[in-house]
Design a protein around this ligand. Sequence first.
Ligand SMILES: [Fe+2]
Ligand SMILES: [Fe+2]
Length: 259
Amino acid sequence: MNILAVGDIVGQIGVNYYSKTIKGLIEKYNIDFIVVNGENSERGSGINKEIFDNLIKNGADVITMGNHTWGKKDIFSFIDDEPRLIRPANYAENLVGKGSVLVTAKNGKKVGVINLIGRVDMGGSFDCPFVTAKKEITSLKDQGAEIIIIDFHAEATAEKKASAYYIKDEANIVFGTHTHVQTNDDTIYETGMGYITDIGMTGPVDSIIGLDVQIALKRFLTQIPERYQVAEGECFLDAVLFSLDDSNNKVIKIEKIRA
Ligand SMILES: [Fe+2]
Ligand SMILES: [Fe+2]
């Protein structure tokens, strides 16, 4: 089974690039299941129904979020009707939406996907992502999940790496998002879990993690807050492909992709 994780889609320009690029990737790599991080898809922060529908129509099986989950109010109008859109599971209890979902993949495998947010430099106090991960895994396995995928949305590489050691007996894939820069530390643990600290982003090349260079630069130089804008121009798509052995669902190969 081939599972593709696509890095944070930044702005409409990133959505459009994903839509036109993904079909070729699905064919080239024979992809069975796609998880897309959509937290920056609506003008750099949040998501709306139109973008959600567009990503789903273009092959996304599950869309995960992150610190920008609530960036656009439109999400409140549809998150409870669309279980394939998940937000961090370690947010407050009884919040709208869900932090995990069980989906049947095209090949019939039951796949549980969990979204988590880190607690280091993520601006907010969240429940423990490690404890939440174990709780969500148990719940998904009780529902029949055969494969567990986790998008750990976090700034600190150490926090993400620590999660790998904590969860490697129970999850099949753990990948990080949020920094928008793909890391070169893809690892397959002895338990068969595939891991990478960050899968990268999908959006404009000439940008500072997807955002307009002049505005982002000015913020660093002056420390004066100014509204970020998504950059324009040529785009790229960062993704990571995890290939699993169908007999035991262990990851046997990890391939980093830039398209
Ligand atoms: Fe992001
Ligand atoms: Fe983020």
